[in-house]
Design a protein around this ligand. Sequence first.
Ligand SMILES: Cc1ncc(COP(=O)(O)O)c(C=O)c1O
Length: 381
Amino acid sequence: MNAALLARLRAKLAERVQAGLWRKTEARLSHGTLLNLANNDYLALAQDPAVIAAATEALQVWGASSSASPLVTGYTTIHETLEKTLAAWHGYPHGLLLNTGFAANAAVLGGLPQKGDVVLADRLVHASMLSGILASGARLRRFPHNDLNALELMLQEEAPVEGVVFVVTESVYSMDGDCPDLRRLAQLRERFNFCWILDEAHATGWEGATGSGLQEEQGVRVAADIVVGTLGKALASHGAYVLCHLPEVRDALVNFSGEFIYSTYLAPSNAAAALAAVQRVQALTSERPALHQLSRDWREALTAAGFSVPAGHSPIIPVLLGDSAVALKYAHGLREAGFLVSAIRPPTVPTQTARLRISLRRGLTPENLHHFLKAMKGLPS
Ligand SMILES: Cc1ncc(COP(=O)(O)O)c(C=O)c1O
């Protein structure tokens, strides 16, 4: 390999090691014995018999791959059905599937804003959104996390701008598990007429009477101009979707988005699994209050045990530890005690805010919480 490139890579990797921030892959066994509190299968649907049966049937009918990009032959009737089902569920007239949530955010935010526009983004929006915004050429301003007063001030400052103003938020933040006030965002949207892009990745399934997300939960269904969701979390599959009010947004993605046009489409079996998962999610209405209570119970118990945990009812519970080495020590200790929990460190989260990220799942029992607390309390801080 080119010696200069090799030297550069080695220097950058050495920096990561030095900072205690080395990342590596670790292959998981199919039937591990650890209790998985690290993945995003919030409703335990990835092992659901109806979801598996739907994927299996699609594999028999369609084969293992879509075998082409969507504008060639990759887009099948099952993709179209899922796209329409997702749109109707959320209350949007138009939808489009993309291969991942990362690609969906990169496509929307890389494709809609352009030079001369301004994007006002919450400080903690996902890397995929930032990646798109930075590629778009638009001016990026970031407001403090969930601080809608700060956003309002920025909107007032940007009012005379000639280009389009975009506002970018998540509904449940991926590493903090907290939520913005969507009603206030909807009011600001009415007042300032910006284009609001909302990522519902971690709210889908968990929030709202039918599980469509935080817009439904907070009574502002369809307030956002564009919603991004993923199939890879509560919807127990792989892939993602974009929903919009205007056909032009979908047309723009189909015509201009490299992420959509130049990539083999998600497999029909992925779409079939997600379609079955949507039906299962919608049928869980009566269970959702208990899921929210589960989250409150875990948070309260950890807080009572002396850990720094924010209040809330989302499936993501951050245990704030600060130092990366401490977070790693906890994650390793928990593993020894039978729990799989990720230590989240910079640069994924801001410096000195390393944490454990507990992902809850439907079906967790009070005994699970009891044993988890016992393990946490037994670990040296
Ligand atoms: C808020 C948010 N949006 C998008 C994504 C990307 O979704 P996907 O895993 O489908 O690429 C993630 C992934 O973790 C996320 O947390």
